[in-house]
Design a protein around this ligand. Structure first.
Ligand SMILES: [Zn+2]
Ligand SMILES: [Zn+2]
Length: 450
């Protein structure tokens, strides 16, 4: 054992306002949720408890770690496990965002013009989606079907196929529940089997909106959520509450814009930088993006709002349609007509490719070289995963890093007396026993174990 506490460079999520708020309140929050919050924030989902607990342990060496060693000089450090949960753990979500952006641009989207669309629905209909998250998938499909009809009519060729990537977001300003679709759409259609692409003229948004509105009404009628009478009432409104935003054409050469947009469509529901937790008052103050407006939440209400945006385990929030559908990409691949490797179909090849890119991705997030030895600049690799509680304890005790923490009661985490390097890197070793990593929308599993 050549490790010393000095050389261990941990991330310290426990220092954030967000972490403190979650830690202080999650237990009473779960106890009173049904009575206090289910009406406004949806039914309690047992999965939420798992997400919260995993988040509280994310990056905590006491929960196990990997040993990383330099091939050249033998220098070693410990790498804690991360929770990999979406929309609750800021660190894990951000990592996912960066990797998704790169994967989408490299392996899914073609070098043709695209447009960004946002489809939203009236306030009065949003609650149905809060109580029945399955409707979110149908909302995504309604948006796709509306766009497909329009795009196909906009080009002269036979059997034209547009492509879309649709991400459902459930959050609006100040974490209100506002289900809407962010769409990356091919600005035109492919046709024939040689990858020909015809750019479409601008779509008539008012007509598009009418089709989308009609489809959402049919959906909610069919599922028994609304009545014909309500449809008549809503149709008579001067401003329907349905809205479609269409961005400018994005040139195939503009890789940066495309990647930013890809990141944007799966961005986290909140920003840690904009929240302030006032422990004495038991409140959270959250600032609007422009910094002008702010809202004060009782801490537990803030948690309830946050939790309403956590997808269920394995719930797909991003879907691929038309030319970008998994089926279409698979067929092109089988025929050798797709010049990129569709990730979803070839896990082996892709895991390898992604494994290579891991260091670069971490660098994008933290701007450090995670697998480069800080001593000799040699290449470091993971030599073992330590998960046995006794071994964890022995190693951390030996290093003077073992802290007896108890939860609850909260509010007892004084900073331990250990010398930490300030960097925020290396928190993301894959958990070898992760139970929720086979996310169908997006994957990059054990890229680091070789
Ligand atoms: Zn070294
Ligand atoms: Zn995490």
């Amino acid at each position: 054992m050549t490790l010393t506490a000095k050389e261990y460079r941990p991330r310290r999520p426990q220092d954030s306002d967000y972490y403190s708020c979650v830690e202080d309140y999650f237990e009473p929050f779960m106890q009173i949720y049904d009575d206090r919050f289910s009406r406004d924030y949806g039914f309690w989902r047992p999965y939420i408890e798992k997400v919260i607990c995993r988040y509280l342990d994310c990056g905590d060496l006491h929960q196990g770690f990997a040993r990383v060693r330099c091939n050249d000089c033998g220098h070693e450090y410990l790498l804690s496990f991360s929770c990999k949960r979406r929309h609750f753990c800021p660190s894990c979500h951000q990592k996912r965002v960066v990797e998704f952006g790169e994967w989408l641009c490299m392996d899914v989207l073609k070098k043709i013009p695209h447009r960004h669309f946002v489809f939203s629905i009236p306030k009065i209909l949003r609650r149905y989606f809060l109580y029945d998250r399955k409707l979110l998938a149908a909302l995504s499909r309604s948006a796709w079907e509306s766009l497909k009809v329009f795009m196909q009519q906009a080009v002269p060729e036979k059997e034209p196929i547009p492509g879309a990537v649709i991400a459902v977001q459930t959050f609006g300003d100040f974490l209100g529940f506002n289900p809407h679709c962010h769409i990356l759409l091919t600005d035109g259609c492919f046709y024939g089997d040689k990858g020909m692409f015809r750019v479409a003229p601008p779509l008539e948004l008012k007509k598009l909106e009418a089709i989308f509105r009609h489809k959402v009404f049919r959906l909610l009628l069919k599922r028994g959520r609304i009545t014909e009478e309500m449809v008549r009432m809503l149709s008579a409104w001067r401003h329907s509450g349905f809205n479609i935003f269409c961005g400018n054409r994005i040139s195939p050469k503009d890789d940066a814009a495309m990647e930013n947009l890809a990141r944007y469509i799966i961005r986290a529901s909140f920003s840690q930088e904009r929240m302030k937790y006032l422990r004495q008052e038991g409140t959270v103050v959250y600032r609007a993006k422009d910094g002008k407006d702010q809202k004060t939440f009782p801490a537990m209400e803030w948690l309830a709002a946050m939790c309403s945006h956590i997808p269920n385990r394995g719930e797909q929030m991003v879907r691929y349609y038309g030319y970008y559908s998994n089926v279409a990409r698979g067929k092109r691949k089988a025929k050798g007509t797709d010049d990129v490797i569709p990730c979803i179909l070839e896990p082996d090849g892709n895991v390898k490719a992604l494994r290579k890119s891991w260091a670069r991705l971490i660098q994008k997030i933290y701007e450090v070289e995670p697998l480069v030895c800080p001593k000799c600049k040699g290449t470091m690799r993971i030599i073992s995963f330590i998960e046995d509680p006794q071994v964890i304890r022995d190693i951390l005790t030996h290093l003077g890093l073992w802290l007896v923490r108890s939860r609850p009661p909260p509010k007892i985490h004084d900073p331990p007396n250990i010398e930490y390097a300030p960097s925020d890197d290396l928190a993301h070793a894959p958990h070898p026993q992760t139970d929720c990593y086979a996310d169908p929308e997006y994957f990059w599993d054990d890229y680091i174990q070789s």
